[in-house]
Write a protein that binds this ligand. Structure first.
Ligand code: TYD
Length: 226
C-alpha cells in the first residue's frame, strides 16, 4: 500500500498572517516524527519561482496570469508535491488553486469556468488521468476583513502587483475564497484571522487535533515557540 501523505494548503488575502504560522506548524509535525515539505505558490521549483517573479512584477492580462499560475503549478506538482506525498510526507503549501479562483476569478473577474478547465487539466496526475485529480486534503483559510489586512501590510516592504490593489479588489478575493469554501466544506477550515496570533494558532491546531493529525497540547508549544 502507498504511504498516506497529507497535502495541506494555506489561503487568505494578503496581510492575513498565514505565512508566520506555517513554519511553526511544520515544527509541530516534525516533533511527531513526520517528514515535512514546506513550499509555496506561485513558486516551489526553480522554474515556478521564475514564473512567480513575472507574475508579481510584469503587467499582463488575467488569462496570461492564469496560464502562468497553472504552468508553475504543473511543474510544482510534478517535481515537488506529488513525489513528497508518494513518500508519505506532510506537504504544507502556502497558497494553491483556491488562490487562483480567489485572485484571478474573484479579484480580476476572470471566468471561473475556464479556471475549472485549467484546474482539471493541471491537476489530473502526471499522466493526465482525470480520475486522479489532485486536491488538497485540507485547506486552512485565514479570513479577515480587507481593511484589517491593509493595516497590517501598511508597514511592510514595497507592495507587489497584487498587494498594491485597492481594498475593493481584496473584498472580491475574499468573496472568491468564501465561494470555494462553501463548495467544499469538508476540505476547508475557516479561521478568524483578525484575532491575536496566539488565538489564531489555537484555532489552527484545534482543527488539526480534531482530525487526529496533531496531539492535544500542541497549541501551547506553538504559541511559546513563535
Ligand atoms: P504570497 O504568498 O502572498 O507571497 P508573499 O507573502 O511573499 O507576498 O503570494 C504572492 C501573490 O500571488 C499573492 O498576492 C496572491 C497571488 N496569487 C495569485 O494571484 N494567484 C495564485 O494562484 C496564487 C497561488 C497566488
Amino acid at each position: 500500500m502507498e504511504p498516506a501523505g497529507r497535502f495541506i494548503t494555506f489561503e487568505g488575502i494578503d496581510g492575513a498572517g498565514k505565512s508566520s504560522h506555517i513554519d511553526t506548524l511544520a515544527a509541530a509535525f516534525r516533533r511527531l516524527g513526520e517528514t515535512v515539505t514546506v513550499t509555496r505558490e506561485p513558486g516551489g521549483t526553480p522554474l515556478a519561482e521564475k514564473i512567480r517573479a513575472l507574475l508579481l512584477n510584469d503587467a499582463m492580462d488575467a488569462l496570461t496570469e492564469s496560464l502562468l499560475v497553472f504552468a508553475g503549478r504543473r511543474d510544482h506538482l510534478r517535481c515537488v508535491i506529488e513525489p513528497a506525498l508518494a513518500r508519505g510526507e506532510v506537504v504544507l503549501c502556502d497558497r494553491f488553486t483556491d488562490a487562483t479562483f480567489a485572485y484571478q476569478g474573484g479579484g480580476r473577474g476572470f471566468d471561473a469556468k475556464v479556471l475549472s478547465i485549467l484546474e482539471r487539466i493541471t491537476q489530473s496526475g502526471i499522466a493526465l488521468e482525470p480520475e486522479k485529480m489532485r486536491d488538497p486534503d485540507l485547506t486552512i483559510w485565514f479570513d479577515l476583513p480587507p481593511e484589517m489586512a491593509a493595516a497590517r501590510l501598511a508597514d511592510a516592504r514595497a507592495p507587489d502587483r497584487f498587494e498594491s490593489q485597492p481594498a475593493e479588489f481584496f473584498g472580491r478575493v475574499r468573496q472568491g475564497y468564501a465561494e470555494r469554501a462553501s463548495a467544499a466544506p469538508q476540505r476547508f477550515v475557516r479561521l478568524d484571522a483578525g484575532q491575536p496570533r496566539d488565538a489564531v494558532w489555537s484555532q489552527l491546531t484545534g482543527s488539526l487535533v480534531q482530525r487526529g493529525w496533531l496531539q492535544a497540547g500542541t497549541s501551547d508549544v506553538g504559541a511559546s515557540a513563535s
